[in-house]
Design a protein around this ligand. Structure first.
Ligand code: UDP
Ligand code: GAL
Ligand code: MN
Length: 316
């Protein structure tokens, strides 16, 4: 009889003990206890940090609610520049409409739109605290010149107008569309976006400028990533230095009768080699064509749209 009682007490003890350990384990792992804020983030299938400890932003490496609430307290303005010269005004409607849906939703955004045809700017209804300033500018005969001239125009815009108007700036191609969230997780001092063609490609295939005569020259074996020229950003001070340096380097190239292989993108890559970005955005933040998929890119946030270069550009 006594033995049986001891046995029951033992069983009860086991039951209580196991239940308690279960509860404690559940408490540590359950999202009910808020552990999702600190746990379960990170990717193992892609690099999410550079060798100089800059984050590479991928889906699954941040919690949008946490990061939104941090930046909400800061009352920030994000200036965003976009150029639509010549036939590229046709891209504006989709660009602006999709930005309203996905780009820094809930934050103050000021678009600066440069065009030679202000009358072609579509009337897109912007949300609260979202502003659009249209600036008129003559077009140019070569698309390469249009693309490169952006650096100087951005440099001057930051110098002359943005100082007290914005905290961050992003400079984006217009032949693009947003498909998913692009938010405050992208903000940083100096931000580069990994070019969608080169994120899983060996360095020797990167299309850096390899002619020493150009100021964009990067020696073989040097370089970290291949960054796109279609999207970059950061603090006003850092992007000012970037645009000013690229403009100066391109002027030297012109004086030496050389044009870098990929124009301002080559100079941007040179700049980022010696001025490391403090944050990198994965190709989720600039994909090449929405119809192409990739294993690591789980969300396409922003993508080039398909375009017929021969038809939209002023020259070949
Ligand atoms: N651009 C423009 N009009 C032109 C050519 C270029 O407004 O005739 C601007 C536009 O903002 C475009 C950017 O320059 O997104 C870069 O040119 P493009 O998109 O043709 O280069 P790609 O991305 O095809 O290399
Ligand atoms: C292309 C892109 C060009 C340039 C080039 C670099 O996909 O259209 O603008 O970035 O890659 O190799
Ligand atoms: Mn483009």
């Amino acid at each position: 009889m006594r033995l049986r009682q001891i046995f029951y007490v033992f069983l009860l003890g086991m039951f209580v003990g196991l239940s308690l350990s279960g509860l404690i384990y559940w408490g540590f792992t359950s999202i009910w206890f808020g552990n999702h804020l600190t746990g379960n983030l990170g990717r193992t299938d892609v690099a999410s940090v550079t060798p100089w400890l800059a984050p590479i932003v991928w889906e699954g490496t941040f919690d949008s609610r946490v990061i939104d609430s941090i930046y909400k307290q800061q009352n920030i303005t994000i200036a965003t520049t976009v150029f639509a010269l010549g036939k590229y005004t046709r891209f504006l409607k989709d660009f602006l409409e999709s930005a309203e849906e996905h780009y820094f939703v809930g934050f103050r955004v000021h678009f600066y739109l440069f065009t030679d045809q202000p009358e072609e700017v579509p009337n897109v209804k912007l949300g609260q605290e979202r502003y659009l300033t249209v600036k008129t500018l003559p077009s140019m005969n070569r698309w390469q010149d249009i693309s490169m001239s952006r650096m100087e125009i951005l440099e001057k815009l930051i110098e002359n107008e943005l100082a007290s108007e914005a905290d961050y700036i992003f400079c984006l191609d217009v032949d693009t569309k947003f498909y998913g969230r692009w938010g405050v997780e992208s903000l940083g001092r100096l931000v580069g976006v990994i070019h969608p063609w080169f994120f899983n490609v060996p360095r020797f295939l990167f299309t850096y400028e390899h002619r020493p005569k150009s100021q964009a020259y990067i020696p073989a074996g040097k370089g970290d990533y291949y960054y796109t020229g279609a999207a970059f950003g950061g603090s006003l001070k850092d992007v000012h230095n970037l645009t000013k340096t690229c403009r100066e380097q391109m002027n030297i190239d012109t004086a030496n009768s050389i044009e870098a292989l990929w124009h301002e993108e080559s100079h941007l890559n040179k700049y980022f080699l010696y001025n490391k970005p403090s944050k990198l955005l994965s190709p989720e933040y600039l994909w090449r064509d929405i119809s192409m998929s990739s294993g690591s890119v789980k969300i396409i946030r922003f993508s080039h749209v398909a375009k017929n270069n021969a038809e939209v550009r002023p020259n070949l």
